[in-house]
Design a binder for this molecule. Sequence first.
Ligand code: GLA
Length: 378
Amino acid sequence: MPRPAIALFEKTFGTTPRVAASAPGRVNLIGEHTDYNGGPVLPIAIAARTTAAIGPGPEGEPGVLEAISARDNAVVRLKWQEELPKNWAAYLGGVLRELWALDTIPADTGARVAVASDVPVGAGLSSSAALTVAVARAFAPGLTPRQIAGVAYRAEHDHVGVPCGTMDQTIAALGKRNHALLFECASLEAQQIPFSARLLLVDTGSRRDLATSKLTERRTECDEAVKRLKVELPELVWLASWPVEWLPRLKRALREPLRSRAVHVVSETARTRFAAQLLAAGKIKQFGKLLFESHESCRRLYECSSPELDTVVGAAQRAGAWGARLTGAGWGGAAIVLVGKTDKKTIPAIQRAYQHAYGRTPPITAVQASPGAHAERI
Ligand code: GLA
């Protein structure tokens, strides 16, 4: 997908860009709402990517960024050292500020940026991390993938103010073809695990802005749960570090809704580590069962599902799929479905159930673990 960004750059700014880089969207196989609680995640990068083409800024205007996105085709201008705008270019400003903080770019850096993407926005596929990681990679090809992930995370979390964890930027930077990434968000340990099973992505089409406010609410609840659990275990820093054998003690210590949220995080943490072991051992059907369990925990305890997502997962389960669950923050967006290579029943079963409930069929595509960020040839 690099061509559209390069062509857009040339058409808009009348010159050729100097550098281009791209980064992928992602789906998370398991480990939901664990990243900001210091637990593990197990995402894959997908084939859909965002490309950023960049060149020198407008002449005689140091510190000025001019950016265009193929989505709205309008040039936005900003001085990234000043207050960031309330539009998508704030993500670019955040990246430049972080690169400057790392001494990677000078304070008066100006640039022109053109962006094109086939990662859908609001589908829970992490279009924002694809953007920040692609832009960071284009501006700072000398940084390591982990440094790129850090820059992109802080751009989104600290500068734009999105209450995200580190999963999305990490997989966008470190993704590997035919591999899932087990990433421990507290210790930062990373392990690539072969993954080439047949995985379907079902986009429910519900785009809920709710996700940000709900994510903020959940993060507050998790922080509150840690505060209370510190009375029992003073050295507790991350909710995900609460020992899973001590769930009864946790349940006694917390009231609802904190109890349900914390039980989800602690059990999802154990489930994700177990799932990674099963995957590494090639036990894909047993792995799939944990996806169903994860969905149930998201639905009942973390309350981050939606009726549409439940319809998809329920239909997949009844049709004999190996596993299915919501992916990403939830409250709408997409579900993943794990099926055998020869399975022919699951797709029509999901389509029928969805048609029956909502009067339309959702787009269903196959996804494959794809490479993370890299430079693109101009
Ligand atoms: C969003 C955030 C991620 C992660 C997921 C839930 O996608 O951006 O960091 O917290 O929700 O697992």
